[in-house]
Structures are given as structure tokens and as C-alpha cells.
Design a protein around this ligand. Structure first.
Ligand SMILES: C[S@@+](CC[C@H](N)C(=O)[O-])C[C@H]1O[C@@H](n2cnc3c(N)ncnc32)[C@H](O)[C@@H]1O
Length: 348
């Protein structure tokens, strides 16, 4: 049986939810709440699950049941609690195992995301290493990968050369590594401004045996813009889940995000478009003719992007907006079209 880890709500979402209650407020303003006392005698995994679920609920920790389940399953060597044998769950934990449960669950009490506590997470059919402050891949981004794969099958490109992909802002490597895993012919390049993320994506590539097909550059797509056309050309797919939050929304983030993830991975500037505009400006210089751009964006962005590209990037055509599973306009597809304008003649 194949088990995949997912978290259904809360800190995978960007915007914080309001809660009430003095105790919860204290826990959000202080870095940590105190853990329940270590049990005097031995307890079972089922009892530990119950103690911690209740403690998370009392302290306003989001997804209390799933948090305790994923952490304890991980300590028992499994991905999910459903995949642990009932007998093991009902057996007494050793003293060391109980101490480990308390140590890891206390991290969750400080609102550290489960993914950072257990140091790994699933993305499509991959298990990736996770480490703060590198951005934890969100479920919407699995849909972005699916969209690129389906589109590439429909429009495999014109030439005989194998397809190439350039990702801007690869984080843990989730998008590029997923595409490489599904497309054995693909060669991928990624650029990333954070050294932590460069290191983690390279580590993930090696763990998956994909290091020979992914080249990661420690570069900033805005500051190092002039170097890009010299490094990349005839790219078939330019893909990105860029920082796209509006700066004013940064104040409303869940503590899981604001305390543990890199701010620069999320903040897209006043209108959320700082990195997106740069990607779109760069696109015609690095894409092959009819090469495509795939972006994950804020639902307010597609109309803005459509207008901005029409006004500012002659060789790029806005193809369409796609919705995510919750029906929000989430993905933009654009295509390079060679300009048919006659070259300007020098009058002198
Ligand atoms: C929203 S995260 C996405 C990470 C990964 N692609 C994913 O989907 O999980 C955005 C990433 O872009 C990187 N980034 C932000 N600004 C950048 C820039 N100017 N140049 C290159 N990378 C940038 C961040 O460090 C971060 O890793």
C-alpha cells in the first residue's frame, strides 16, 4: 500500500485565520508554550497521540491531530499513522522513544511546521528533504507540475533536440526534480537567490539520482539579469512558483510561515509582481520559438499579467489562465511568438 503525506489546511495556506482565547493569544505572541510533563511510567503510542493532540488543541496549534500523527508515525519509522500496525501502536514506548516524542512534539508547540520537524515531505511521487528556512512546497505547485507535463505531451516542441527547462526560484527543487523524474529526456536548469535553497535542491537531486540532469545556479533573477541570456538559450519551458504575495499580506501570515520560512521566498513586493515582471521580461531572450512560460500566481494576478505583457513584452503572448483545485485562477501560461514586425531600417 502506498501512503502519501498531506496536510489539508492551515499553514499550507498563506493567510492567517483569526482565533480567540487568551491562552492561544499568549502562545502566538511567545515563541513557545510549555509541553505536558513527561509521563512517570511507560505509555503507548496511542496514548502519546492522544496526549499531544489534546495539548495542541488547547494551545491553538493548527492541524492538531495530523501534527501528532505525522510526528509519531515518523518516530515509528512510517510515513503515516495508518501504515503503522495496530499492535505497534498499542505497545508500550521505550523511555527513549517517549523522550523523542516529547522533544519533537515540543517543536510543533513553537509552531515549527511538521515538514521541518520530521525533515522531509512528499511532493507528487517524490520524498524531499526539508530544512528551514527553505520554502516548503505547497499542494498547488503539484498542480503546476501536472499542467506542464500535460501541456508538454500536447505540444512536445518543434525541433529534434531534447526539451530543456529553466526554473526561477527552485527552493527545495520540487518542481524541477518532479519534471525530471517524469520526463527522462528533459534537462533542467534552475536559478535561486538563497544559498540554503541551492544546497537543499542539490542535496535532493543527489538523493534522487537526478544530479546529472539538474544544474542549479546561485543567482538572483533581478540582480543578475544581464547574465541570463549568455547562460540560457532555446529553453522549451520556463517555469516558476515565484514569491507572489503582496507585501501588505505578509503581516497576516501564520506563525508557521512567518517564523520559519524565508521571507524573500514569499514577498513579491507591493503588487506581488516584482519577480514575475522580471521573469516575463527575460522570457523572450531565453526561450525557443513557441517555448512556454508557466507561472503559479496570486488569483489577483492573471488579469494584471495579461495587460502588462501586452503593453511591455512584444514577443510574448498570454495564452491562458488555469484554475487550481479550489477554483481560484492560479496559473498563467504564456508563449514566445517570434515578432513579425519588419526590422527597423537605419535612416542615415
Ligand atoms: C515560493 S518559493 C518556491 C520554491 C519552489 N519552487 C517550490 O515551489 O517549492 C520562491 C523561491 O524563489 C526564490 N527567489 C526569490 N526571489 C528570487 C530572485 N530574485 N531570484 C532567484 N530566486 C528567487 C526564493 O528563495 C524561493 O526559494
Amino acid at each position: 500500500m502506498w501512503w502519501k503525506r498531506t496536510l489539508s489546511s492551515s499553514y499550507r495556506c498563506y493567510l492567517g485565520r483569526r482565533r480567540s482565547g487568551a491562552k492561544i493569544w499568549r502562545c502566538l505572541t511567545r515563541a513557545t508554550c510549555s509541553a505536558p510533563a513527561l509521563p512517570a511510567g511507560q505509555i503507548t503510542a496511542l496514548q502519546a497521540l492522544d496526549v499531544w493532540k489534546r495539548h495542541f488543541v488547547e494551545n491553538g496549534v493548527t492541524e492538531p491531530e495530523q501534527s501528532s500523527q505525522y510526528i509519531i508515525a515518523h518516530l515509528l519509522g512510517a510515513k503515516t499513522i495508518e501504515s503503522v500496525e495496530q499492535q505497534r501502536l498499542a505497545a508500550l514506548l521505550s523511555k527513549e522513544e517517549t523522550q523523542q516524542v516529547w522533544r519533537l512534539c515540543s517543536k510543533r508547540l513553537s509552531r515549527m511546521p511538521v515538514q521541518f520537524i520530521i525533515e522531509e515531505w512528499d511532493f507528487r511521487d517524490l520524498t524531499l528533504k526539508m530544512r528551514p528556512p527553505v520554502f516548503i512546497p505547497r499542494p498547488e505547485t503539484e498542480e503546476l507540475v501536472e499542467l506542464v507535463l500535460t501541456d508538454l505531451q500536447k505540444h512536445p516542441g518543434s525541433g529534434m533536440a531534447p526539451p530543456t527547462c529553466l526554473e526561477v526560484g527552485c527552493g527545495s527543487g520540487a518542481i524541477s526534480l518532479s519534471l525530471l523524474k517524469s520526463l527522462p529526456q528533459l534537462e533542467a536548469f534552475a536559478l535561486e537567490r538563497s544559498q540554503d535553497a541551492v544546497d537543499l535542491s542539490q542535496e535532493n537531486a543527489s538523493r534522487l539520482g537526478l544530479q546529472d540532469r539538474l544544474k542549479v545556479y546561485h543567482m538572483d533573477v533581478i540582480k543578475d539579469a544581464e547574465k541570463m541570456p549568455g547562460l540560457f538559450s532555446s529553453i522549451s519551458v520556463l517555469v516558476s512558483n515565484p514569491p507572489y504575495l503582496f507585501s501588505e499580506d505578509m503581516a497576516t501570515l501564520e506563525p508557521e510561515i512567518s517564523r520559519f520560512e524565508d521571507r524573500a521566498a514569499l514577498d513579491g513586493g507591493e503588487d506581488g509582481l516584482n519577480v514575475i515582471r522580471q521573469i516575463l521580461t527575460l522570457a523572450p531572450d531565453v526561450l525557443s520559438n513557441r517555448g512556454r512560460v508557466y507561472l503559479e500566481v496570486d488569483p489577483r494576478h492573471p488579469a494584471l499579467i495579461h495587460r502588462w505583457v501586452e503593453d511591455n513584452v512584444e514577443e510574448l503572448r498570454f495564452v491562458e489562465t488555469r484554475q487550481d483545485v479550489s477554483g481560484k485562477p492560479r496559473f498563467c501560461i504564456l508563449q514566445k511568438e517570434e515578432s513579425h514586425k519588419a526590422p527597423e531600417v537605419d535612416q542615415d
